[in-house]
Design a protein around this ligand. Sequence first.
Ligand SMILES: [Zn+2]
Length: 327
Amino acid sequence: MENFILEMDKGELHVHLNGLVSSELVIKLLNNNIIDIPQGFDLEKDLNIIKPAKSLSSYLKPWDLLRFVPKSRSDLTLIVFDAFENLRKSNVRFVELRNSILYIALLNEVNVDVAMAWLLEDVSRASEFYDIKAGLILTVTRGDYSLEQLRSLLNAYIKLGKPDLIVGLDLAGNEDINVSSALAYEFVRAKTEFGLKITIHAGETGNFENIVIAVNDFKADRIGHGTAAIKSQPTLELLKEKDICVEVCPISNRLTNAVGESESHPVIEFINNEVPFVICSDNPSIHRSSITQDYIEFYRETKSSLHIKKMLEIQKKYSFIKGLSCK
Ligand SMILES: [Zn+2]
């Protein structure tokens, strides 16, 4: 099965650009730019999470450094091409990359629309070079400034003429922070007005109510992780009835401790309850891993070769990139 998985064509619907770029490249770029490495940070070790983290905040430690790259236009190009090179190694045929873009603008002292145009150009070139179809998802972080972030991203999107390459919106970050109804309203407005699809990181840290909010208030088309759905039968049924696809990231879920060591993975309950799902990798390079390893981990947990064999078709069905299903 491992060889079959390695060689099969794959789609990737949940991966963060910062978590896909190789740590070796990040170290090289950090060294070139002579930034002050935060105290107590070991470059060789702390950019990777290979054992279950004690908490989500300790899982997020690599981002203390990742937020210092790219420090130039050309560094961004290197990052994007390296990310696509990693996808190619796993035979990924289409990818939806996520990024919040605002830190790129801040780091390089350019407007958000400039940073967005850089990223779009690089993703478009790398997509063509590697023959991997691509879409970009704009990530908003949960917190006091979510609404400002979303508005600033949407303004840049409009200024650039609503590029087709941008396919969706994502909400990520600390799930304990309550989201405002104004934020949900803006997500839905973007969906209605611009046809952007919506995916929400929800139910990763144990709170199934965030999944219900994502579906009902944010009109989410897909849910990131959604592991807590198994705590609530009505939530599982809601996902099934509304045909909301869960982005299952087996390795990430173990390393963030969303799924504890002694627990079986919730994807087994998704299968039992006919909740649609896709296998994704989240932050493969942080895990010193790849989406191939996530498929292998999924197979180890479920022993379902049927889902592996059907996965590409399922990914095409739920992808935000248009036209994948048409032969
Ligand atoms: Zn994620």
